[in-house]
Design a protein around this ligand. Structure first.
Ligand SMILES: Cc1ncc(COP(=O)(O)O)c(C=O)c1O
Length: 499
């Protein structure tokens, strides 16, 4: 977002810059650029310049501040090296998202001795129910606020689909995918460095169905599936419903799944598949580097293991580049890529997809027996939205919103939660993982918070092994408001009362 004139007017003039240390002899120019950098840094600190904002061009800033172009360039370079600004080629300098670095990051779990079946957890259904109940502040489920989606445009397209071709309402969708939608999806993956043919795709009812079919395609009841820990609780429910066992692999909030621990587990146990969220992992927000994804793929080949990749947050990156999915390295079809439009465009339409690689025929057949097909009207609505354009613009808008919200949530959590709280630093998506001090029991906190009409997602939901008793995942996909700040303060007070 370019800086609006009103904001530019609020940039302090040189005379109001924070005082710099007294200049050494001949160091006037040094002081000037450092002072300019400090003043911009404090505007970023106070939120006047927000993550994603474009700062004035070098020339414009030089005119505004009555300094030379080289002074501005030096100041911008200094802020870049401090991590406050990023230069985008042919576009300018932008404020970079900086999640509070003073808070330590959550710790990594220890490996598991043996695979386990998943216990039934009534809490999962409760968290999902509260996510849509307007009486609750929905910190629990990872659902962005509905105001962040282009609902009116989607509604118009949905209406037009029925009007233009009413026969779509009277026909079964028997094919794996509505071709124009599959073409749009494969075109977008190509842009992200992952060539996928449109006829390799099966369109599903949300990512949830894609994951369900993929698990069924590569396992049978009693088999063991390796997962990151902590991991998305929905997959644990699905694994439970299919009679599979889980082996949790330690996952770092900074680098993603620990590849050494995974290798060790594959040597020791008979694992039949891996479930992994390599980009903006839920709940940690971690994104694996390209090098780590490549190594992970080599490990899959070495142990002849299929991987179910959940890429649902891949489009919600805060850096310039969309992370490549693990599928980009897949040369022999062992990665089943799953995703949907639920976090980016229209959760209510429940349109997702799977690129199952060598398991295509199996997934097609399972899709057929599961729900026959995904409603054509819904597939065409999304295809029209993608075709008519505006999706990239919309994605840019929500990425900025999520990034800004994560920033505000992080700061408020550090203000209100007990001292010693550790926080993840996601570079995409919209969830935060908080590790509170060991004395806090988040299951109890969850029940106490419900009495204040605040729903949360307690840590134990994200594991089958009684872990994360003092952890919480926070949904930050909610526009900032006084009510959010108040709810965070209440949560913090309830947590402090336990200590
Ligand atoms: C990691 C992950 N995968 C899958 C899903 C389910 O996606 P969908 O709503 O498209 O079924 C979610 C929803 O929260 C999720 O967080």
């Amino acid at each position: 977002m370019p800086l609006r004139p009103a904001m530019i007017a609020t940039l302090p003039r040189p005379s109001t810059l924070r005082p710099s240390p007294p200049p050494a002899a001949g160091a006037g120019a040094v002081t000037l650029y450092a002072a300019l950098a400090d003043s911009l840094q404090s505007l970023i600190g106070t939120g006047t310049l927000r993550p994603g904002h474009r700062v004035p061009s070098v020339r414009r800033m030089a005119l505004q501040r009555d300094v030379s172009i080289s002074t501005v360039l030096q100041a911008y370079t200094l802020l870049e090296s401090r991590g406050y600004l990023e230069a985008r080629p042919q576009s300018g300098y932008y404020v970079r998202a900086r999640l509070p670095s003073q808070a330590p990051e959550p710790r990594m779990a220890r490996p598991m001795a043996a695979p386990r079946f998943v216990g039934v957890n009534d809490l999962t259904a409760e968290v999902f129910t509260h996510a849509t109940d307007p009486r609750y502040v929905p910190f629990g489920a990872a659902c962005p606020h509905h105001s962040l989606f282009p609902n009116k445009k989607i509604a118009r397209l949905l209406g037009a689909v029925g009007r233009d071709d009413p026969s779509l309402l009277g026909r079964y969708a028997m094919l794996s995918a509505y071709e124009p939608l599959a073409r749009e999806i494969s075109r977008r993956y190509l842009q992200a460095g992952t060539p996928l043919a449109h006829d390799e795709l099966v369109v599903t009812v949300g990512c949830a169905e894609a994951l369900n079919l993929s698990l069924r395609a590569v396992t049978k009841p009693g088999d063991t599936v390796a997962v990151e820990t902590p991991t998305y609780f929905g997959i644990l429910e699905t694994i439970q419903s299919l009679g599979l066992r889980v082996l949790e692999i330690p996952t770092s909030p900074r680098d993603g799944i620990c590849l050494d621990a995974l290798r060790e587990a594959l040597v020791q146990h008979d694992v039949k598949a891996l479930f992994v969220i390599p980009s903006f992992q839920n709940p940690l927000g971690t994104s694996m580097s390209d090098a780590a994804k490549e190594k992970l793929y080599q490990l899959l080949v070495e142990f002849d293991l299929p991987a179910i990749e959940d890429d649902i947050y891949g489009d919600l990156h805060f850096d310039e580049r969309r992370p490549k999915p693990l599928k980009a390295w897949d040369t022999d079809g062992r990665v089943l890529l799953c995703s949907s439009f639920s976090k980016t465009l229209a959760p209510a339409l429940r349109v997702g997809w799977c690129a199952p690689g060598r398991y295509l025929e199996r997934v097609r057949r399972l899709k057929f027996t599961n729900t026959l097909g995904t409603p054509l009207v819904l597939q065409k609505t999304i295809a029209d939205f993608l075709r008519l354009g505006g999706y990239d613009h919309h994605l840019r808008t929500i990425r900025r919103a999520y990034q800004h919200q994560l920033h505000l949530f992080s700061q408020a959590i550090l203000r209100h939660f007990p001292e010693g709280t550790r926080l993840s630093r996601p570079s995409g998506g919209f969830v935060l993982w908080c590790e509170l001090p060991p004395g806090v029991d988040t299951l109890r906190l969850h029940r106490d918070a419900l009495r204040h009409h605040i729903s949360t997602a307690p840590g134990p939901l994200f594991s089958v092994k009684d872990r994360y008793k003092n952890c919480l995942r926070m949904n930050c996909g909610l526009p900032w408001s006084d009510a959010i700040e108040t709810a965070l303060r209440t949560l913090g007070t309830l947590a402090k009362n336990q200590l």
